[in-house]
Design a protein around this ligand. Structure first.
Ligand SMILES: NC(=O)c1ccc[n+]([C@@H]2O[C@H](COP(=O)([O-])OP(=O)(O)OC[C@H]3O[C@@H](n4cnc5c(N)ncnc54)[C@H](OP(=O)(O)O)[C@@H]3O)[C@@H](O)[C@H]2O)c1
Length: 249
């Protein structure tokens, strides 16, 4: 794989995935890793990684600033030259607060939907020409990661079948909608060789996951990256956990 782009790359799962990719055997490390965050000047650990690894390119994007997406996509294109984008990981997200039906707030529902659902859809749209470019360059390779792939970082909390606890309206609905978008991406892109999957990264000790989470960032992220790098046509349009196990919608 020549190139990948990860949003929310300054901390948590995003930063962990970049570390996990850098730990792969040298021949599997992408030549260009576009690491996207909203405050690059404050992204200390990411900047340290970029100083040590010249294949990391840090770009700025606030997910909610949709009017900047076109310019952003042009910046990504400049970094990747004419190779296109092999792997897009829509990872940036927010959790919202845990609220039962009597306490939900419309503002929080909308904010979470903007960041967790609309932003990954619009970013995928903006970067689609680069994904298509990669899929064309990699023609002959098997569909999936060898060709071009979109990974939408979802959550098990999006699963309707597994929802036994209720609450969490903003987060559950936004990620369930992202799952719906993943299936539409699969259908819309069926003739391009580009695959799209939704992936639950596990309950991980990050700012979002909190200190009680059972999974450590580095170990979980190497499992995630192993799964992501193994995505094939058979996974297209599905919902998986960090080890590639199918999750119910
Ligand atoms: N941790 C878990 O247990 C868990 C479980 C299931 C799913 N997930 C999913 O995994 C993904 C990463 O979660 P995490 O645990 O790494 O969360 P995190 O530690 O809270 O990190 C969230 C990341 O998203 C970025 N972000 C948030 N709002 C943004 C915006 N408006 N524009 C641009 N970037 C924005 C943050 O940037 P700033 O630093 O600038 O805020 C940060 O890089 C999320 O999609 C989350 O829903 C996590």
């Amino acid at each position: 794989m020549k190139s990948m782009l990860i949003t929310g790359a300054n901390r948590g799962v995003g930063l962990g995935m970049i570390r996990a990719v850098l730990n792969l055997p040298k021949e599997n490390v992408p030549g260009n890793i576009v690491a996207v965050c909203r405050k690059p000047d404050q992204a200390k650990e990411l900047n340290e990684l970029a100083d040590q690894n010249k294949n990391i390119h840090i770009l700025q994007l606030e997910s909610k600033e949709f009017d900047k997406y076109e310019t952003f996509a042009a910046q990504v294109g400049e970094v990747l030259k004419d190779n296109g984008l092999d792997l897009l990981i829509n990872n940036a997200g927010i959790a919202g607060s845990f609220r039962r039906i009597g306490l939900i707030k419309s503002g929080e529902l909308m904010e979470t939907y903007v960041v967790n659902t609309i932003a990954p859809i619009m970013l995928t749209k903006a970067l689609l020409p680069l994904l298509k470019q990669a899929a064309e360059k990699n023609v002959g390779a098997a569909p999936g990661v060898p060709r071009a792939t979109i990974v939408n970082i979802s959550s098990i909390l999006a699963s309707m079948k597994l929802n036994g606890d209720g609450g969490h309206y903003s987060y559950r609905c936004s990620k369930a909608a992202l799952n719906a978008a993943t299936v539409s991406m699969k259908v819309d892109l069926k003739d391009t060789g580009i695959c799209a999957v939704a992936l639950h990264p596990g309950w991980i000790k990050t700012q979002m996951g909190g200190p009680k989470a059972p999974l450590e960032v580095d170990k979980a992220c190497s499992r995630i990256i192993k799964t992501v790098f193994g995505i094939t046509d058979q996974h297209n349009g599905g919902f998986y956990d960090l080890d590639g196990k199918n999750l119910p919608w």
